[in-house]
Write a protein that binds this ligand. Structure first.
Ligand SMILES: C[S@@+](CC[C@H](N)C(=O)[O-])C[C@H]1O[C@@H](n2cnc3c(N)ncnc32)[C@H](O)[C@@H]1O
Length: 325
């Protein structure tokens, strides 16, 4: 009998299941994100993005200085099929995945997906091994919910269940957000986390001393994951945290700090609302910005009269921190 696992919201169940792996390698960050979203519909909670290689991008002329690095990602989705499934089931699942990838390919080209039936392994163990602790800055440590280990003095653990939503702390854009939050958030701040995903930044903001945190996401599953994260971090009854299934336009009143980790064109459309909601002197942290989209976003930010104070990068991802005058 093959031993695999599936998960509902509260428990791990053993099932007689086999798995197929659908993978696309050598894609850039934007395609990886789009594939991740597309594949999550077919393999909820079982999509992994791995940063594979860093290619040094050198100048054209001999002796010219290294310009930077370009990341290459591999996206893998694990789809369960009954252990005794006939080839017909496998073919049908594969067809659906390939069809979805085909539509994406019409917009941005990427290498052909590779599909294989996986050997009999313990997937619960394999999954857990993949997700370790992540400490992007000096204080916040993102840990998988099952990690019962000790922490260094000053560590602020954020427990996250790697599952349906984006945000286990491993993505460069989340790391940028966490380090910028550590340096920007002031005790007592009223914080808004737009696109909360797993709730990693909501919990991080509260642990860093926020007075209140409002979190929102257009994806209902993410709003639920954030609620789950509050439970994992013993904050389920904290009246100073609110979660909304929706986006920035749902909010009124004033906030001191807004954090948004979504692709640049989505942030750009939110800038008027950011300006409306920030109290004078209020700060923003934006991440999820691929370097090629930075110029467009910076123009939008400055047009609105907001000021950028800090720029950080990890590979080709950019994080910006600034304020309303
Ligand atoms: C890149 S993930 C960030 C998750 C988490 N905040 C983190 O930093 O790891 C982006 C999240 O934004 C959500 N999202 C996308 N567009 C949105 C919008 N217009 N308003 C609110 N949330 C949005 C997605 O559902 C997703 O959960």
């Amino acid at each position: 009998m093959k031993e695999a696992w599936a998960k509902d919201s509260s428990s791990v169940i053993l099932l007689d299941m086999a798995w197929i792996e659908f993978s696309v390698s050598d894609v850039d960050g934007e395609v990886a994100e789009a594939l991740c979203e597309m594949l999550s519909a077919h393999a909820p909670g079982r999509v992994v993005v791995e940063e594979n290689r860093l290619h040094a991008s050198l100048g054209d002329l001999p002796g010219r200085e290294r310009k930077g690095f370009v990341a290459s990602f591999e996206v893998k989705a694990f789809v369960e099929i009954p252990d005794d499934a006939e080839d017909r089931v496998l073919t049908e699942k594969t067809r659906k995945l390939k069809e979805a990838a085909h539509y994406l390919k019409a917009i941005r080209s990427f290498p052909d997906p590779v599909v294989r039936r996986l050997p009999d392994v313990n997937w619960e163990e394999a999954w857990r091994e993949k997700h370790g602790r992540i400490k992007p800055g000096n204080k916040i440590v993102v840990v998988p919910s099952w990690d019962e280990g000790d922490f260094e003095p000053g560590d602020l653990p954020v427990r996250i269940e790697p599952g349906m939503a984006f945000g286990v702390g491993s993505h460069p854009s989340t790391k940028l957000c966490i380090t910028l939050l550590e340096d920007t958030l002031r005790p007592g701040d009223r914080v808004l986390d737009v696109g909360c995903g797993t709730g990693v930044l909501t919990v991080a903001a509260k642990s860093l001393g926020a007075g209140s945190v409002l979190a929102c996401d257009v994806d209902g599953e993410s709003a639920l994951s954030t609620r789950e994260a509050l439970g994992q971090n013993d904050r389920q009854d904290d009246p100073s945290i609110g979660i909304v299934h929706g986006s920035i336009e749902c909010f009124s009143g004033k906030i001191d700090l807004v954090v948004i980790n979504i692709l640049a064109h989505v942030i750009a459309a939110m800038i008027p609302d950011v300006s409306r909601l920030l109290a004078p002197g209020g700060r923003f942290v934006f991440s999820g910005i691929l370097s090629e989209a930075e110029k467009m976003l910076v123009e939008k930010i400055t047009e609105e009269g907001l000021v950028i104070d800090e720029r950080r990068t990890i590979v080709d991802w950019v994080g910006l921190q600034g304020r309303r005058m």
